[in-house]
Ligand binder design. Structure first.
Ligand code: SAM
Length: 442
């Protein structure tokens, strides 16, 4: 070859917009396209843009492959740059055309560094040689820099992952995915939103369960709506006194994904005391008998998609009807910081149904949830009060069960609310200032 390198400028058309927005698929395809062409991959860096589009580069010993996608046009601009004769960039071209399901592509090859235009400078190469100690890279290993990002208007959480998508299926309700993150272990997402990770799920599941259970020790029957990852029923089934634990999850794929990739949360799915129902919780509660449950936990995702109906006055009214006289309703009530408006609205609804003095809010620190500050609501139909509980019993239970977050002090501290949360709890829907919201509504 009378040039240092071959550079193919590629345009792929009518690609699948889905795939053009799938950073994991694109990263895997670009790495595989390089390797299939015989290149030695050194590292890859890929980024997923908001609201869509992916850019990335795979650095190879023989130069690089780069890509920028426009899912809205089903279009990808790709650079295939190789030097030397050992790699045929056209092999990568064909590989990517298939991988992106492009209907057609156009490409222009140009020779880079035409030798007859270059004059070799004879100088002591040694002086250029980088002799600084290099980290021993395991042969054949490539450093992949692939990030999962959950973002909203102004804030985002990014978690680096291995690039291997452990699970990805579309159910009739949502996209169910599991990523292998480096910092938080396996991560379950629904429609791109973080649901739980192996490294911090215990915070959410211990707080949504043990606070009500210790302030209502006579509870015999518990219902969980949502909670398809299994963490909440895992915690509930620690209580021998519970005669019935029913889980109503709408999406069997969530259960499947967690059984496969989040075994710690899914550990209780085979417990004979668990009554597992795959159905819509809204329909279940409508058809449920009056005063059937001592504890109802609404372990829903955010108020979007199948979970939207779990944030309505009608639904909470039904929950109230199905609680025994001393029954308690616990919900995950979003983040007072993340979207204050929703927070104020749902508390206002709880108060109208249970009575203002019967509704309490408690907080927990969940690192992978937006803003890290998350809240739970505690609404009692009868006399139960969250801070009237067996302190010593809670201390002994936390120790005996090896809990990682919940204990008697956290139980009390969680109800000590900062002023801005108290202000939000006393606000009326529509009155909310943006001052506290990380996501200004207007
Ligand atoms: N901890 C998570 C959070 O705060 O975002 C939520 C965990 S859990 C995975 C939420 C579950 O609620 C999901 O598995 C979802 O499929 C389920 N879900 C949503 N809508 C539902 C409905 N109408 N009935 C029953 N389950 C529902």
């Amino acid at each position: 070859m009378n040039a240092l390198g071959r550079h193919i400028l590629v345009e792929f058309y009518n690609c699948s917009p889905e795939l053009m927005n799938d950073v994991v698929h694109i990263e895997n395809s670009m790495v595989a396209a390089a390797e299939t062409a015989g290149a030695t991959v050194i590292n890859s860096t890929f980024h997923h843009f908001s609201p869509y589009g992916v850019s990335g580069v795979v650095v190879i010993q023989e130069s690089h492959l780069a890509i920028h996608t426009w899912p809205e046009f089903g279009y990808a601009a790709v650079d295939l740059f190789t030097c030397g004769d050992s790699v045929d960039p056209w092999v990568s071209y064909n590989y990517l055309k298939d991988a992106f399901e492009a209907s057609h592509g156009s490409a222009m090859e140009c020779r880079r560094g035409q030798l007859d235009l270059l004059k070799r400078n004879d100088f002591n190469l040694e002086s250029l040689r980088d002799v600084s100690p290099q980290p021993q890279e395991k042969l054949g290993t490539i450093t992949r820099d692939v990030w999962f990002t959950e973002r909203d208007e102004n804030i985002a959480l990014s978690l680096k992952h291995t690039g291997n998508q452990l699970y990805k299926k579309d159910s009739p309700y949502q996209r169910v995915e599991v990523y292998e993150t480096l910092a938080y272990g396996n991560l379950l997402t629904l429609d791109g939103m973080v649901m739980c990770t192996q490294k911090d799920e215990y915070v959410y599941h211990e707080m949504i369960t043990h606070v009500p259970m210790f302030s209502n020790p006579k509870a015999k029957r518990a219902l969980v709506i949502g909670g398809g990852d299994g963490g909440t029923v895992r915690e509930l089934l620690r209580y021998e006194q519970l005669e019935e634990v029913t889980l109503v999850e709408i999406d069997e794929l969530v259960i499947e994904a967690c059984k496969l990739h989040l075994p710690e949360t899914a550990v209780a799915f085979d417990n004979p005391r668990l009554n597992l129902l795959v159905e819509d919780g809204i329909k279940y509660i409508k058809e449920c008998a009056d005063e059937r449950y001592d504890l109802i936990i609404v372990d829903s995702a955010d108020p979007v998609g199948p979970g939207e109906g779990l944030f309505t006055a009608e639904f909470y009214q039904e929950v109230y009807r199905c609680l025994t006289k001393d029954g308690i309703m616990i919900t995950q009530s979003e983040s007072p910081r993340f979207n204050s408006a929703v927070f104020v609205e749902i508390y206002d609804t709880y108060k109208q149904i249970f009575g203002a003095e019967k509704v309490h809010c408690y907080l927990a620190a969940i690192p992978t949830y937006p803003t890290g500050t998350w809240s739970f609501s505690y609404s009692s139909k009868g006399e139960a009060h969250p801070l009237t509980f067996d302190v010593n019993g809670a201390a002994a239970f936390s120790k005996a069960q090896g809990l990682k977050y919940y204990n008697e002090d956290i139980h009390m501290a969680a109800f000590a609310l900062p002023n801005f949360v108290k202000e939000l709890l006393n606000a009326k829907p529509g009155q909310v200032t943006n001052e506290y919201s990380a996501e200004p509504t207007a």
